[in-house]
Design a protein around this ligand. Sequence first.
Ligand code: LLP
Length: 385
Amino acid sequence: MIKGVFPVEKFHQLNTPFYYYDIALLRATLETIRREIEHKPFHLHYAVKANANPRILREISSFGFGADCVSGNEILRALECGFTPNKIVFAGVGKTDREMEIGLDNNIFCFNVESIPELEVLNAIASKKGKTAKVALRINPNIDAHTHKYITTGLTENKFGINEQDLPQILKLMKSLMNLQLIGIHFHIGSQITNLTSFEDLCVKVKELQEWFNRKEINLPIINVGGGLGINYQHPNHIPMADFESYFRLFKKNLQLQPNQELHFELGRAVVAPCGSLISRVLFVKEGIKKKFLILDAGMNDLIRPALYQAFHHIENITSNKEAALYDVVGPICESSDLFAEQIMLDESARGDLISIRSAGAYGETMASQYNCRNLPLSYFSDQL
Ligand code: LLP
């Protein structure tokens, strides 16, 4: 089996656990996306929630992409890391007044609004400042993304988005909200979507709504289809990049944009997941009754995806070349869910070996916590070691 290539000698000198980012892969990914969308009216706002590490954000902004933020602090971080305000969108079901002010004060491109009370509050705050907030309505398309229930967001029974039947009432209301300007509609159906037919279903819905707005003679410059493109977690060495070509081709084929209409994307995971690995040391190999446990110095506080979503991450021992054996790979935290993988084959492992947990660049570092008063994991970059 091919293993990932890592600067193991250098890793030996570092304290574990840490996130390691392959900058060459990140740049190749960004270059691929740029190539796929250039010469089309397509724009990417990278979903900052996937990875907000300043170095990673700077790489992404240097390619000219925008940012999709879900908090006031994400907006400030994006600005610090080179994203221009007119390429920042602000989403989220629960924006505070202060966060709306941050968006308005920095003249961001657009607020993705998810409810009637949010429209009213945003209008009031904008009015106080003598500003106009540009708004896209997040519409719940009621589409099954066929993904984990915690990361599916487009179904009717969801806290996200505005239901279609409320649209007439909202448009009527917006006529009286003088400090809002409707510029588009926004969707997001879920995350880690690998069956692209869900995006075809989304296009059908988008078309219906384009026509609905047309009939009402409402011009919509922006159609935002959110993020969600999945990656291959099973084979990071063989398939190190998401299938951007098929993804963007699907939208080109299935949507007809009107003149001056732009299609916006909010990819997060597909941009950053493959380039990140969580590097950890084996503390102990514990012989159980029927199992061997590999106890790592990384835990669920460093990477919560396996514990929270039963997510699969490919794991490798990057310092052993011995005959493989079966292990449960666990962290040091006193919770049974602090488990990275059960009964997987790994090269025979010993105390001090280095373990790489792959495809952890998205929702890894950003979701890390200090549970058990542990330190937050550090980060290193392939071109700085
Ligand atoms: N736009 C909106 C409105 C979103 O809610 C999200 C993700 C994205 C874009 C980016 O989606 P992506 O391209 O990354 O799939 N922590 C979970 C994933 C949560 C996704 C939440 N929303 C995980 O580790 O799998």
